[in-house]
Design a binder for this molecule. Structure first.
Ligand code: HEM
Length: 103
């Protein structure tokens, strides 16, 4: 079972912090062919309900791919919808020591 690094249901997940990691390249390619964009915030947000029911019911990713979403992922995705599709921050990587602290 795939867990995308999620240990339990995240109460207030964000797209950039959690949800985007639930999809892999294979999903992007297959579903692009079906007209569903799983690769961007807007694509996932736009298709959120359809995505939710498919992953909750274990229909997507297709069972033959052997990586059904864990309960934690499904619950986290649900909370993301309930909270209003929070986009979140991309994260801040210190550049050239800016913001870095010496011990
Ligand atoms: C987390 C990953 C995935 C999600 C959330 C997802 C989501 C969906 C959704 C919502 C539909 C229904 C489209 C509609 O209502 O018209 C669908 C259909 C489909 N998906 Fe995916 N998909 C995923 C992964 C994949 C992968 C890896 C494949 C590659 C084989 C795939 C192949 C298909 C196909 C062939 C259909 C159309 C036939 C059907 O509905 O079963 N999907 N998917």
């Amino acid at each position: 079972m795939s867990d995308a690094g999620i240990e339990g249901v995240v109460a207030h997940p964000t797209y950039l912090g959690h949800i985007r990691r639930f999809f892999i390249e294979d999903d992007f390619v297959c579903m692009r062919a079906q007209g569903i964009d799983l690769e961007t915030y807007f694509g996932v947000r736009f298709n959120a309900e359809r995505i939710f029911f498919k992953v909750r019911d274990g229909e997507m990713p297709p069972p033959a791919h052997g990586r059904p979403w864990s309960q934690a992922m499904v619950g986290t995705f649900y909370n993301w919808m309930r909270d209003g599709f929070t986009r979140g921050e991309a994260g801040c990587v210190p550049v050239c020591g800016v913001g870095a602290r010496s011990a």
